[in-house]
Design a protein around this ligand. Structure first.
Ligand code: NAD
Ligand code: UD1
Length: 340
């Protein structure tokens, strides 16, 4: 298939491009590089073994540029990653998040349908479950109250795409709810390159390990979990990327509207992650217990069995692979892509 990948220069997008090409698909990337760079795409092409990946530096809110892009290409489907994703920033700048994430999606899907492409895979998040009503979380778990505007953009975009599919059954919409993506391509050439202070656990750990930050703050050790720290379902980004290729099968058979959790089904605590990182990589990660972070839940892990049953997809890489590849990337690129 020929796939439009919005946000394809980002962390999950670049890894997904590799899996798409490996599976025999081709891709065109649209990205405004607001949180990524040319170098990420250059290295991704190098890993794939192609001269370059067709790329449009363009904002998905820019209807005219998107129209021109769709005049140049006939797409079978769109994998839609483009969006702002910093939870804290979304609390400070809600309008910018709603405008970029929801406004961009509305423009994208309108241009898609005008050009006869009604197949979309959307990057959603386990955050839409809010304080989850069940554990492990199945797709039947009701959506909950999000704790920040970023989460609401995911929840609202899911609703918009579902409503559009119900009104026009020619649409095939796959909502992928990611749990906690970590790791990097095993080559160490591409990985997560956060701007400023990382919000998420794994990039914080790697920046402490590489000496850029003094210690990790562990947000709370009094949760009702085995060691008191928060439990999450970390998933290797290479497994997550492969999940998108599997989701194309659902699109291919005319799935209508489908929702899949992409997780491993295993929960690890913050301290489990720190200890695994130290054990596998032989480096020390100093940490200090800090107060709980507002909006955090104690425990969140998936039941990923629907994706296995219906898509034949399951995560193959474990916690040791995740911490090894995260470190491999950070060690080789202490300043992310900036060094090049
Ligand atoms: P990322 O920031 O690395 O990638 C997103 C890409 O979208 C960036 O390259 C950015 O430049 C681009 N972009 C943003 N707004 C755009 C716009 N208006 N027009 C064109 N391009 C735009 O993030 P990621 O970690 O690769 O996440 C990809 C998607 O998955 C996002 O939608 C994110 O919300 C979602 N997601 C991520 C996680 C996670 O932990 N990484 C978890 C759940 C869901
Ligand atoms: C967060 C977001 C979620 C988003 C996801 C992926 C919040 C409340 N949730 O999920 O909306 O979809 O990232 O981007 O921000 N931790 C520490 N110290 C740190 C960082 C994290 O102890 O410096 C702990 C957290 O308290 C949590 C675990 O590590 O228990 C994972 O945190 P994080 O990586 O931020 O992911 P989530 O909070 O699950």
């Amino acid at each position: 298939m020929k796939i439009l990948v919005t946000g394809g220069a980002g962390f999950i997008g670049t890894h997904t491009l590799i899996e798409l090409y490996r599976a025999g698909h081709t891709a065109v990337v649209v990205d405004n590089l607001s949180n990524s760079c040319h170098e990420a795409l250059r290295r991704t092409a190098e890993i794939i073994g192609v001269d370059g990946i067709p790329f449009y530096e363009c904002d998905i809110c820019d209807r005219i540029r998107l129209e021109l892009l769709f005049c140049d290409h006939q797409f079978d489907a769109c994998i839609h990653f483009a969006g702002k994703k910093a939870v804290g920033e979304s609390v400070e700048m809600p309008w910018e998040y709603y405008d970029n994430n929801i406004g961009g999606t509305l423009t994208l899907v309108d241009v898609m349908r005008r050009h006869g492409c009604r197949n979309i895979i959307f990057s959603s998040s386990a955050t839409v479950y809010g304080e989850p009503a069940e554990m492990p979380i199945t797709e039947a778990c009701p959506k909950g109250v999000c704790t920040n505007p970023y989460g609401w953009t995911k929840s609202m975009i899911e609703q918009i795409l579902a409503d559009m599919q119900r009104a026009d059954p020619q649409w095939n919409v796959v909502l992928l709810r990611y749990f906690n993506p970590v790791g990097a391509h095993p080559s160490g050439r591409i990985g997560e390159d956060p701007n400023g202070t990382p919000n998420n656990l794994m990039p914080y750990i790697t920046q402490v390990a590489v000496g850029k930050r003094a210690e990790l703050g562990v947000f709370g050790d009094d949760y009702p979990t085995p060691d008191g720290t928060g439990v999450r379902d970390y998933i290797h980004v290479v497994d997550l990327a492969a999940g998108h290729v599997s989701a194309l099968q659902a699109i291919g058979r005319g799935c209508g509207l489908e929702v899949y959790n992409l997780g491993t089904g295993h929960g690890y605590s913050v301290l489990d992650m720190v200890k695994a990182f130290e054990r596998v990589n032989g480096v020390h990660v100093p940490y200090a217990i800090k107060p709980r972070r507002a909006g955090d839940v104690a425990t969140c892990y998936s039941d990923p069995s629907k994706a296995l049953r219906e898509l034949g997809w399951q995560a193959r890489l474990g916690i040791d692979d995740m911490v090894r590849d995260s470190w491999n990337w950070q060690r080789q690129n202490p300043d992310g892509f900036a060094a090049d």
